[in-house]
Design a protein around this ligand. Sequence first.
Ligand SMILES: Cc1cc2nc3c(=O)[nH]c(=O)nc-3n(C[C@H](O)[C@H](O)[C@H](O)COP(=O)(O)O)c2cc1C
Length: 357
Amino acid sequence: MASSTGVLFRVHTFGESHGPELGAIIDGCPPGLPLDEASIQQDLDRRRPGQSRIVSQRQEADRVRIASGVFEGRTTGTPIALLIENGDQRSSDYDDMRTKYRPSHADYTYDAKYGLRDHRGGGRASARETAARVAAGAVARGMLDRHGIEVLAWVSSVSDLELACDPAAVTREAIEATPVRCPDPDVAWSMIQAIEAARKDGDSLGGVVTAVARGVPAGLGEPVFDKLDADLARAMLSLPAAKGFEVGSGFAGTRLRGSEHNDLFYREGARVRTRTNRSGGVQGGISNGEDVILRVAFKPTATVLRPQPTVDQDGNETTLEPRGRHDPCVLPRAAPIVEAQLLLVLADHWLRQRAIR
Ligand SMILES: Cc1cc2nc3c(=O)[nH]c(=O)nc-3n(C[C@H](O)[C@H](O)[C@H](O)COP(=O)(O)O)c2cc1C
């Protein structure tokens, strides 16, 4: 079931970039949660293309329609179907890619696997599929909100421009204050300039999204194969263009000694807490009650608007000159998608924990 994820909060996505519709089916969402299209739309609006000059200019309204599972504004416990129409397609932009493989895109590997592919917009490999995940993530958000769990993600680097900040202090307002979704206005400005310059050159940039989940109770995560951090890594690396994942101190932690790296326990009222959070809120694959903190690396967008040598489906060496409306940097739109993935994993593990205790 390559297009399904989750054990109890189970999500299936379907649809291609240039098909008529895409969407998600959620099976296992508890009954009685308030849910309407407007609350899902808020998250979709943060992901959609065409929202600023530094993202793809494809103009998609990404209006979501709830087709089942909701009655009089509340979930019924039956499968929730969420449908999103594809509107602004220009399939002719992809004519050159019908036979020629885009370097570092999914064209060659889809052909190698299936022997055919929908070349228009990247088909199922397109980041349009993530609209379905964001819609499903908004439903998970509605459930987790009720239990005091808040999830935020922001752009913490673009190329070599890096933001140093305390994840505990980041707010939704600061993230959404600029189109690049970096909560520091000065760093955000430099990132925007860099993305604009790359776009004018017909080129692209990569970067990192940082995410935090606050209010996660201790106990979420299922040793040994479904550890919380293992499921988060899987969820994040299933995103298009995601090339790296870290939780807590991540790779940088390897430079410390154990005595420096350990998160020391202390008592705060009835709670056991840690003085630092290098574990990123997960120990032994189980949440420890501190903020869950993770980072996801996204590569520079594969489709660059300049000629590049490649090979066609008959094996001939050739040159590709891509057209189309591509993201010069996927990061600003990746932040809400990382949030959605984090929400979906937490919702699933929240239900799994409730099932055993
Ligand atoms: C929000 C977002 C937007 C993206 N936009 C584009 C795009 O405009 N053009 C492109 O070539 N790739 C884009 N991608 C990435 C491709 O979908 C991805 O690189 C491709 O499917 C190959 O998969 P891989 O990079 O994971 O190997 C985007 C990814 C994300 C997360």
